[in-house]
Every structure is written in C-alpha cells, then in structure tokens.
Design a protein around this ligand. Structure first.
Ligand code: PMP
Ligand code: GLU
Length: 397
C-alpha cells in the first residue's frame, strides 16, 4: 500500500528529531550536551501549574468549545489590547494545540494548489512543510547575514507574483533572533498594501527580547495591516509551557471560523486543563517571565563573547528568542581526523559524534554555513558545550 502523495516527501521536524536523538544518547549514559533544545529550560510557573491542578480537581475535564473557552479568549483579547494595542472580538480568536497547530490550521484554511507563500530564510523548520502540506508552494527568500538576516521590501517586491497568497513574518526569529522594528515592518507593508497578500505574523518569541529592542506586531501598524494579518502566538516560550500545547491566532472572523471548522474535524478543543492554566499564565503575576528573560540575556552575552573569539566562527548579535545562529563557514572545507566537513550538516554530525555536543545544522532552516545553538540550557552546560566546540574547532586541519 502506497502512502498518500502529500506525505511521501514530508520530513519530520529536524529540531524535534535532533532533540530526541540527543535525549536518547543522554539516557543511554553518553555525556551529551544538548544545545538544540527549542524550549525554555525553566519550569512552568507555580501559579500556572496550580491553575491546571485546580481545573482537574474541579472536574473541568470535558470537551470545551472547539476554538477555546470564552474565559481564555477574553484573556487573549485583553493581552492583545494591553501589549499590542490591538482590538479583537471573541469571533476573531482561536485557541489551538500550540502555535504550530494554529499555523497548520491557517495553511489548511487559506492555501491550496497554485498558491505561493513567501518565507524569508533562515526560516523556522516547519513553515515550508506546513505550507506544502496544504498543497501550496513555499517561495523561499534568502536573506543576508550582512543585512542582519532581515528581508528587505525590495526582495519581497521581487518575489511577489499574481499567485502570492501570503508571507510569513517571524519576529523575533527562530533561528536568527532578529527583531524587526516598526519602521522596517512599515516599509514591508508599503510593498504589499495594494495587494491581497495575507501576513502571517508568528510572534511566539514576543516576550523574549533584549538590549531594549522593543517587539512590534505587524498588525499594530494600521487598521488595514491588522485586517490582512493573522497574529500567531502562544504560551510555550513565554511561560515555559511547551508541553501544555496552547497557542492562539487572531484575525478576520471568516478566517477564524474556517480554522475552527478544521479544528472541529481534527483535534476538537485543546486540553481543557491547559486552557485554564493558560488563563492564569496570561492574567496572573509575570515575575517568572521577567527572571527568565534576565537569565537568557546573561547567557546570550556569554555565548556571543565565546563564539566570536573562536577560530572560524562569526556570530551576529541576536536581539530576541533564545538562539544564536553563528556562521561556521570558516570550518567548512576543513577536516577533522581525515573526515572532510562539506556542510554545516557534516559539522553538526561530527560535533555530536566526536565532541558530544548537539546543535542544529543551518540547512534545517534553509541556510547552509550556519549552525543554531540554543541557550535555553543552564550556564554550566552551556560553558561545557562551548568548551567542547572550541576544542573541536582547534583540532581542524
Ligand atoms: N513558531 C516558532 C518560530 C517556533 O520556534 C515554534 C517552536 N515551538 C513554534 C512556532 C511552535 O510553538 P508551539 O507549537 O509549541 O506553540
Ligand atoms: N520550535 C522549537 C525549535 O525550533 C521546538 C521544536 C519544534 O517545534 O520543531 O526547536
């Protein structure tokens, strides 16, 4: 029996599979330092955990409305107003099983064969696959490190065709950590304002910014920008809730309705318990988040200093998220104990096998010549991992 055409070329998420590989090696007793994790290494805050426990104890354990409970939608509406100056009604909000699920629902609701979706690279691993699963064509727009990995309005203009349906903007970005300013987003808006292009604004790392780089949502530019944008966000990164699976989308009523219909025929509602916990995460005290950002910032500074002092490595300063994306071009074309390094994939493989450090190769994000290192790892492990990378690089010939 043949598998369906749509899954024959489908790749599993490389970030999830690499993390699983590193965890399995560790579990088998190998001393692997895992620098590929795409999740905060902090606990879900206690008040949020307690809200989940209370939901169970009070028997809030049944189906809820498919697109989320009103209490959570209201907390999301309040958040979008407070943090982003955006006004939405309940019909313009969907709660799904993580931001990834929101993105999947968007693609299924809006894209079809013949559509093109512009994705600036380096991109988050799942965008092209989610777009392709809906039958549409991902149009990858490479950006340059020298331009801070930011897509320019001219580049977008050059990629637009009459088939362009949407563009995905991810700020702060996974894997580069770049954060678009209001002015940059406004210049992007100028090139699409006379088209019907939808903007998918993935804001999952909104709360993780540094060096007083303010987050700005594309939807906050003006009423027309808001009308064409679907805001995607969630609790995984801001409140260390990756396992709870709560993400949300905000956008036009007819889009949200279609997404809820898809959800009603696939997963039904996200977990009732996690929804209650998410209300607390959004409305309760935010001090755990503040402490987490401070700690991430401390690690970011450390890792940058270390990487930029290594032979063959160059790293631009990320302003958000919890990743660095250094260029390792200086290591490509060299050998380690007679093994040639032809790509960042080769380098990542050797780092895991020979130096016991797990990183994600740039190819996973559409950018050979780079690796992604996550600093969502304790300082001790980070130091150990960087020592090993440095030592490995010093042995290249
Ligand atoms: N968008 C980006 C850019 C991400 O890095 C992730 C990683 N988890 C997600 C969306 C999905 O997050 P989740 O499904 O856990 O909410
Ligand atoms: N988004 C995280 C990452 O890029 C988690 C893994 C995933 O969802 O693919 O590592």
């Amino acid at each position: 029996m043949k598998l369906a055409r749509r899954v024959r070329g489908l790749k599993p998420s490389p970030t999830l599979s690499l993390t699983a590989k590193a965890k399995a090696l560790k579990a088998s007793g190998r001393d692997v330092v895992d620098l590929c994790a795409g999740e905060p290494d902090f606990e879900t805050p206690d008040n949020v955990k307690r809200a989940g426990i209370k939901a169970i104890e009070e028997g809030f354990t049944r189906y809820t409305p498919v697109g989320g409970i009103d209490e959570l939608k209201d907390a999301i509406i309040e958040k979008l107003k407070r943090d982003n100056g955006l006004e939405y009604s309940r019909e313009e909000i969907i709660v799904s099983c993580g931001a990834k699920h929101v993105l999947y629902n968007i693609a299924q609701a809006l894209f079809e064969e013949g559509d093109e979706v512009i994705i600036p690279a380096p991109y988050w691993v799942s965008y092209p696959e989610i777009v392709a699963l809906a039958g549409a064509e991902p149009v990858i727009l490479p950006t340059l490190e020298d331009e801070g990995f930011k897509v320019t309005p001219q580049e977008i203009k050059g990629a637009i065709t009459e088939r362009t349906k949407a563009i995905i903007i991810n700020s702060p970005s996974n894997p580069t950590g770049i954060v678009y300013t209001e002015e940059e987003l406004s210049a992007i808006y100028d090139v699409i304002r006379d088209t019907d292009i939808v903007v998918i604004s993935d804001e999952i790392y909104e709360k993780l910014t540094y060096d007083s780089h303010e987050f700005f949502s594309f939807a906050s530019l003006c009423e027309d920008a808001k009308e064409r944008t679907i805001v995607v966000n969630g609790l995984s990164k801001s409140h260390s809730m990756t396992g709870w699976r709560i993400g949300y989308g905000a956008g036009r009523k007819e889009w949200i309705k279609a997404m809820i219909n898809i959800q009603s025929q696939s997963t039904s509602n996200p977990s009732s318990i996690a929804q209650k916990a998410a209300v607390e995460a959004l409305k309760g005290p935010q001090d755990a988040l503040e402490r987490m950002v401070e700690e991430f910032d401390r690690r970011r500074r450390y890792i940058l200093e270390r990487l930029n002092s290594m032979d063959g490595v160059r790293c631009t300063t990320p302003r958000g998220a919890f990743y660095v994306f250094p260029s390792v071009r200086g290591a490509i074309g060299r050998t380690y104990r007679d093994r040639m390094i032809n790509s960042s994939k080769d380098l990542a493989e050797l780092l895991l096998e020979e130096a016991m450090v797990a990183v994600v190769p740039g190819e996973a994000f559409g950018a050979d010549g780079y690796i992604r290192i996550s600093y969502a790892t304790g300082m001790e492990d980070l130091k150990k991992g960087l020592d090993r990378i440095e030592n490995f690089l010093n042995h290249l010939e």
